[in-house]
Design a protein around this ligand. Sequence first.
Ligand code: NAD
Length: 377
Amino acid sequence: MTMNRRTFNRKLAQGVVATTLIGNMSLAYGLSDQKNKKLGIALVGLGGYSRGQLAPGLEHAEHCYLAGIVTGTPSKEKVWMDRYGIPKANVYNYENFDDIANNDSIDIVYVVLPNSMHAEFCIRAAKAGKHVICEKPMAISVAECDAIINACEKAGVKLSVGYRMQSDPYTNEIKRYVKEKTFGDVKYVSSDAAYNSRGYPGQWRLNKKLAGGGALLNMGVYAIQSNIYGAGQNPISVAAQEFSTRPEYFKDTDETITAQMKFPNGAIGNMMTSHNVNANRLFVSFTRGWAELNPCHSYGPLAGRNSRGEAIKFPHRSQQMIQMDDFAKHILTGSTNFAPGEMGKRDMIIAEAIYRSIKEGGKTIPLNLGEMGIVRV
Ligand code: NAD
């Protein structure tokens, strides 16, 4: 039986590797090797996040490593090859990227480009037979999220969104309080995810065509996420307001947005996101106490406490390393995908409802999400 690693990975992801086939393959390829080996990740886009967080995180990962790069800037190639020992054969640009289909040392493509480019590159990666990690926000519309999900399903590859907080121990401690009712039932959740942008006004994050939106699609997705895991459910409605205090700087994108959500369990959610305010916290009020993370959405070390006077504290580890390891394990062993594509799509449905509410003067927009994107472990 001959089957290359790429085909085997794809079959494994599709769940179509029959037991006997696994038996045969494990002789030829070694299933325990498959589970123990590190998956090769190619980063697409070598900007601040890839350089500052993802590549360093991969240096210490257990189940994946930095195998390749895709860049539109030729001068970065040699710097990255030398720094991370990447062979020339694993270096691509945006034009020849599709040739990655023929490269067996790349298992996962991680798209870290401006938001409006996510859909194109995730779809191309899926068509090349690679598993996909798509940075947040997943895309700039629900329709694009659907296109990414469909492409991955069609290609039989796994898909995850770069929601590092979903693998983070602090986030998981709040989820545990909610699930185990440590402090009773959730009554109220409040989350803020914001920073004060003073940088170059021509940056892509302030350009609607490239970013798809402003603070809401950048930091706001974190506030949406923490409202949801804080409540333990998806919202059934949302109403929102927009504030603009520096219109000369935020010419094209939203500056500050507040939104209120209702949850089926009766909890109320409140969120704020901004490119003009520094705020980074989550507060959950339960019937018999409360819990708070502050800082909550940054790279760490994070900090938290609860109404018993206990500190919420974990050893600091790279969130990105844990996130990418979790996804690699998911591919290799079928363990939980903590940030599936449906979660990214759900958040985009909520973001679109928030924009619609603002447009309609703060009207309450009903949502019909059911359990979409909720990962219960
Ligand atoms: P960045 O501006 O630092 O890098 C963007 C990269 O895209 C650069 O390498 C640039 O050369 C390339 N690029 C290609 N076409 C471009 C174009 N037309 N305009 C501008 N740049 C172009 O951005 P970043 O901070 O690395 O963000 C990239 C993605 O990662 C975004 O989707 C962002 O939301 C996401 N991100 C996620 C986190 C997180 O915590 N999960 C943190 C930062 C960024």
